[in-house]
Design a binder for this molecule. Sequence first.
Ligand code: NAP
Length: 303
Amino acid sequence: MSWHILGAGALGSLWATRLARSGVPVRIILRSAQRLIDYQHAGGLTLSEAGQSSFHSIAAELPDATTPIQRLLVACKAYDAEAAIAQLSPRLANSCEILLLQNGLGSQQAIAERWPQVRCIFVSSTEGAYRDGPMQVVFAGRGQNWLGDPNGGSVPSWLGDLDQAGIPQIWSSDILTRLWRKLALNCAINPLTVLHDCRNGELLQHREQLAALCEELSTLLEANGQATAAIDLHGEVLRVIEATAVNYSSMYQDVRLGRRTEIDYLLGYACRSAYSLGLVVPLLHDLHRQLREHLSLRGLPTD
Ligand code: NAP
């Protein structure tokens, strides 16, 4: 059975090349005829890993191809994911499984609600990749992938494909807790790096602000029934900042490169969730407002 990979960006290419080189059948779905022409011109995807490059000629197609889709890895940004799947809707088999790689929360739930007949597997990834040219991906940071079905159910047999491809995976029975924890870490660190215009490590000069934010985020996690995700949040935020001190956060890099951020699936989701629970979170609201103003001044989308 073929894996279909929707979106040949950084993470989509990283998954596609590793699956393909291990002999797992893969097909990439590109957004437009022009993208397909560009892809065919390049002949495939190039993966750079530990200073070595490898070339992978992987089949590619457009959303309106007619073959049914049984297993779909969605590797678009959170704000594109639902619309991208909608283009494929007629091709989704009833027994289809969709893996969702998106950061933050909100896009996964919207997709699961819209296509209740398919099984949605949520993924939380700490692997790092970036594109350094058309059809070229750099594997920048080893990490882990946690996969889970928020509705429970059996462990999928295709996890063996990931093992075969050397894609690290752990089946998680509490994937929402993991995604909430990551959302909270991202909300504490990323917006502040943008607003203070700094690397992660420089946030240690704003310890009081970090501590107060973590307290509000912990309250929000607990109110959402995610008490486990709240344990020692502040301690982990400080550890992440120290371990990644010289790095620029992904949101910082998006803003610097004039790219749309995933703010609406991070701070936006956090603020909406607090509102729906009647929880007062002034610091999160203020951070959200300041960040949207910052984006707006730079002509970037605020959602
Ligand atoms: P990316 O490099 O921007 O890739 C997204 C891809 O989706 C692009 O190639 C884009 O196509 C494609 N796309 C958008 N709409 C499409 C459509 N309708 N049909 C087909 N393709 C479509 O993003 P990324 O860095 O891989 O991130 C993907 C998700 O993974 C994000 O939610 C991110 O937060 C998360 N994540 C990323 C990393 C990482 O290291 N990169 C790590 C952990 C989590 P075009 O090229 O044509 O625009």
